[in-house]
Design a protein around this ligand. Structure first.
Ligand code: GDP
Ligand code: IMO
Ligand code: MG
Length: 428
């Protein structure tokens, strides 16, 4: 196997960073293919915690190549901040390549994201405010500024001038905001361009040549299936395609070059931001999940909404991404529960729905059909083999695999690299 896609199956924060970092030890290259610094991927290595937003989670290994591909909404300021923060901790992040086709996040994108979402009032999405949606909007409107433009001083100046005229008019009219100053932005971004120049390249041949050479490549998804712009709980979604198909568009890799897909499944469920969440527990159980799991957002610090595992959602992800293996994370967070539930299907007006309905009005009203499992009520964080897990934990995992028709590939019982049990045979 030379290419593996790691994708989130729920509403994000499943532990993709941990799984990518774990597999990255044996990978040659890690590629981010969509999203931007709305992601917050936590990696714990040698007792140190690293929170990565834009840089691929392979960055902590010395020999691993890291690629920010064309599908990423690229914020140069955040990229440099992250590289500097790693350097201050003794980690050389220069092993990074940035696509010249990636779209650049500009300060007006961030402003419009933050003010725009607040203006939606009760209908707000609860975005991360990082400008990701507005950056992709400019791409689709065909006025976006790409990294290749950023590298070309004259072209950047020309495009910025044109865009800023329009953005400043919009900022004044719709956002009640003072205009941004052209000369300031030009100088700021010129500084970023000079620092980033050594890392910018056409990443498409780079990735495809590595695939042709049989090198081991991990594609690191950000966000997750239920936040996918088309397949998630629209409009409460992000503006990109986290599903495995996003790799083909976001990294320039043909579908037949994808060998294996790993879906990361949190052993329960969380969501940050607004939108329906059928298994949400607005009660003591939800509080306990948040407390035990320290469920607060990596990027925004917001408390995450919590609930039971939803097999309908994981099946949806499995089908859309062609998931070969599940990487089940945070099983240890359930250690203290005497009862654990999985939602097997949705009941709506007396009928059982097998899939995720398109209509949010329907999704908001479905009643989850739960199966209840006895907990194991013992600390599993030190366990290193599947057979050594308590019987009730194995029963929970086996049922999860059965009802989703996805094989168990990895079980994670803690944030660090060692706290990982691998069952899959076909991972590198
Ligand atoms: P991502 O966005 O999918 O990469 O996930 P986040 O990093 O936002 O959130 C997952 C959190 O769970 C991080 O703090 C990880 O360090 C942590 N984590 C990952 N796997 C496990 C696990 O198996 N057990 C525990 N207790 N924590 C984990
Ligand atoms: P990782 O990669 C969880 C959510 C936001 C909001 C919606 C749209 O760490 O799993 P956006 O800023 O993308 O326009 O916000 O998507 N969201 C995430 N939730 N994990 C993430 O990333 C997320 N990235 C965006 O909270 O509901
Ligand atoms: Mg996260």
């Amino acid at each position: 196997m030379s290419t593996i896609v790691i994708t989130g199956t729920q509403w994000g924060d499943e532990g993709k960073g941990k799984i990518v970092d774990y597999l990255a030890e044996r990978a040659d290259t890690v590629v981010r293919y969509q999203g931007g610094c709305n992601a917050g991927h936590t990696v714990v290595a040698a007792g140190e915690e690293y929170k990565l937003r834009l840089l691929p989670s392979g960055i902590l290994y010395k020999g691993t190549h890291n690629i920010i591909a064309n599908g990423v909404a690229f914020d140069p300021e955040v990229c440099l901040q992250e590289m500097d923060a790693l350097a201050a901790r003794g980690i050389d992040a220069s092993n990074i390549r940035i696509s010249d086709r990636a779209h650049v996040v500009m300060p007006y994108h961030r402003l419009m994201d933050g003010i725009g979402d607040a203006q939606r009032g009760a209908d707000k999405i609860g975005t991360t405010g990082r400008g990701i949606g507005p950056c992709y909007m400019d791409r689709d409107d065909r006025v976006g500024i790409r990294v290749c433009d950023l590298m070309d001083g004259d072209e950047f100046a020309k495009k910025l001038k044109k865009n800023l005229e329009r953005k400043n008019a919009e900022l004044a009219a719709a956002y009640d905001h003072a205009p941004l100053v052209y000369e300031d932005l030009l100088a700021e971004y010129k500084g970023y361009a000079e620092r980033l120049r050594p890392f910018v390249t056409d990443t498409i041949p780079l990735v495809n040549e590595e695939i042709a050479e049989g090198r081991k490549i991990l594609f690191e998804g950000a966000q997750a299936t239920m936040l996918d712009i088309d397949y998630g709980t629209y409009p409460y979604v992000t503006a990109s395609h986290p599903i495995s198909g996003g790799v083909t568009i976001g990294a320039g890799v043909a579908p037949k070059r994808i060998d294996t897909v790993v879906g990361v499944v949190k052993a329960y469920c969380t969501r940050v931001g607004e939108g329906p969440f059928p298994t949400e527990q607005l009660n003591d159980i939800g509080e306990e999940l948040r407390r035990a799991g320290h469920e607060f957002g990596t990027v925004t610090g917001r408390p995450r909404r919590t609930g039971w595992l939803d097999a309908v959602v994981v099946r949806h992800a499995g089908m859309l991404s062609g998931i070969d293996y599940m990487a089940v994370t945070r099983l240890d967070i359930l250690d203290g529960f005497d009862e654990i539930k999985i939602c097997m299907g949705y009941r709506y007006k007396g009928e059982v729905l097998k899939g995720v309905p398109a209509s949010l009005n329907v999704l908001a009203e479905v009643e989850p059909i739960y199966e209840t499992f006895p907990g194991w009520q013992t600390d599993i964080s030190g366990i290193r083999s599947y057979d050594a897990l308590p019987e009730n934990a194995r029963r929970y995992l086996a049922r999860m695999a059965e009802v989703t028709s996805i094989a168990l590939g990895i079980v994670s019982v803690g944030p660090s690299r060692e706290q990982t049990i691998v069952l899959a045979e076909k991972l590198f």
